[in-house]
Design a protein around this ligand. Structure first.
Ligand code: NDP
Length: 300
C-alpha cells in the first residue's frame, strides 16, 4: 500500500483563506478588525522565526498584528504588566506568549494571567478544564489542526481506535481530549508505555508527538491506518552536503508511507496547520467577544 499524503500546506492555505473571508465580512458588516498580539521574551532564534511568520500571516488574512519584543532579562512584573495591558485593550482579541520563556519566568503564572477569552493558544487552565469537560473552549492550535485534517479525511471519527504517542500539555493531552470528544477510543502512550509497538498496531489513527526523530517504523502501523506526525526534529543531512541539516518527524516516513492509508509529511504537514489554527482561534475569539456567530468548521 502507498499512503495518501495529507498535504498540510495546502490545507492550511484553505483554512487561512476561509479565515480571511470571515475577517473581510466582519470588517464590512460590523467594523470589527480581529487583533492578535504576540509577546516574545528574549532572542531565541527559532522563536524569532515563528513570531515573524505569525505576524506576516496575521496581516495577510486582514487582521491587526501587534508584536511585543521584550529583553531576555525582563522581570515577571514587567511581563505581567504587558499582558494586563493587552487583556484590557479592546483592539486585541488574541494574546500569545511565545514559549519557551527564559528560565527566571514562571510559565504557568504568565499563561494564567492571560484573559482566557483571549488565550488563543488554549493553554490557560480555564480552557484546559473546559476542553476536558467537553465545553466550549479555546483549543490548542496544533491538536486542533490535527483534528481538522482527521475529520476531513474520515468524515466521522466515531468508534475509531486512536493512539496518541506523547502526553504533553500542549499536544498529547489536548489531542487525546479532542479525539475522545469525537468518540474515538483513545490510548495515550508515553515513555513508560509497555509494548509500544503492539499498542500502536491496534490503532486506526496514530498521532505521534514525541520529539524523537523517526522513532515510529512502518512495522508498528496497522495497514491502512492514518498517521499524523506532529514531531519536528532537526537532524544531520550529509546527503545535502557537509554540515547540512534537515527536518524529520517522529515517524519514519518512508516505511510508514508504505503501509499507512494516509500520512502527514514533515515538513508540510502539521506545522503549517498550527499557524492557520492560531488565526482561526483569533477569529473565533473575536466572534465570541462580540457575541457574533462563530465561523463554522474552524473550531470544535
Ligand atoms: P514533550 O517533550 O513535551 O513531550 C514528549 C512526549 O513524548 C512525552 O509525553 C514523553 O513521555 C513522550 N516520549 C518520549 N520518549 C518516548 C518514547 N521513547 N516512547 C514513547 N513516548 C515517549 O514534547 P511536545 O509534546 O511539546 O512536542 C512533541 C513533538 O512535537 C516535538 O518534536 C515538537 O517539536 C513537535 N511539535 C510540533 C508542533 C507543530 O506545530 N508541528 C507544535 C508543538 C510541538 P513522558 O511524558 O513519559 O516523558
Amino acid at each position: 500500500m502507498t499512503a495518501q499524503i495529507i498535504n498540510g500546506k495546502a490545507f492550511a492555505e484553505r483554512v487561512r483563506s476561509q479565515v480571511a473571508e470571515h475577517v473581510a465580512r466582519l470588517k464590512v458588516d460590523h467594523a470589527i478588525v480581529p487583533g492578535l498580539a504576540v509577546v516574545l521574551v528574549g532572542e531565541d532564534p527559532a522563536s524569532q522565526v515563528y513570531v515573524r511568520s505569525k505576524g506576516k500571516l496575521t496581516v495577510e488574512v486582514g487582521m491587526h498584528s501587534v508584536e511585543h519584543k521584550l529583553d531576555a532579562d525582563t522581570s515577571e512584573t514587567d511581563l505581567l504588566a504587558v499582558i494586563n495591558k493587552l487583556n484590557a485593550d479592546p483592539a486585541i482579541h488574541g494574546i500569545l506568549v511565545q514559549l519557551p520563556l527564559p528560565k527566571h519566568l514562571n510559565e504557568d503564572l504568565v499563561i494564567g494571567n492571560i484573559d482566557p477569552v483571549k488565550d488563543v493558544d488554549g493553554f490557560h487552565i480555564s480552557n484546559v478544564g473546559l476542553l476536558g469537560t467537553g465545553q466550549k473552549s479555546m483549543v490548542p492550535c496544533t491538536p486542533l489542526g490535527c483534528l481538522m485534517m482527521l475529520r476531513d479525511h474520515f468524515g466521522s471519527l466515531s468508534g475509531r481506535d486512536a493512539v496518541v504517542i506523547g502526553r504533553s500539555n500542549i499536544v498529547g493531552k489536548p489531542m487525546a481530549q479532542l479525539l475522545l470528544g469525537d468518540s474515538c477510543t483513545v490510548t495515550i502512550a508515553h515513555s513508560r508505555t509497555k509494548n509500544l509497538p503492539d499498542v500502536v498496531r491496534r490503532a486506526d489513527i496514530v498521532v505521534a508527538a514525541v520529539g524523537r526523530a523517526e522513532m515510529v517504523p512502518g512495522d508498528w502501523i496497522k495497514p491502512g491506518a492514518v498517521v499524523i506526525d506532529v514531531g519536528i526534529n532537526r537532524i544531520p543531512a550529509p546527503e545535502k552536503g557537509e554540515g547540512k541539516m534537515k527536518l524529520v518527524g517522529d515517524v519514519d516516513f518512508a516505511s510508514c508511507a508504505g503501509i499507512a492509508g494516509a500520512i502527514t509529511p514533515v515538513p508540510g504537514g502539521v506545522g503549517p496547520m498550527t499557524i492557520a489554527c492560531l488565526l482561526a482561534n483569533t477569529l473565533t475569539a473575536t466572534c465570541r467577544a462580540n457575541n457574533l456567530p462563530e465561523p463554522e468548521g474552524l473550531t470544535v
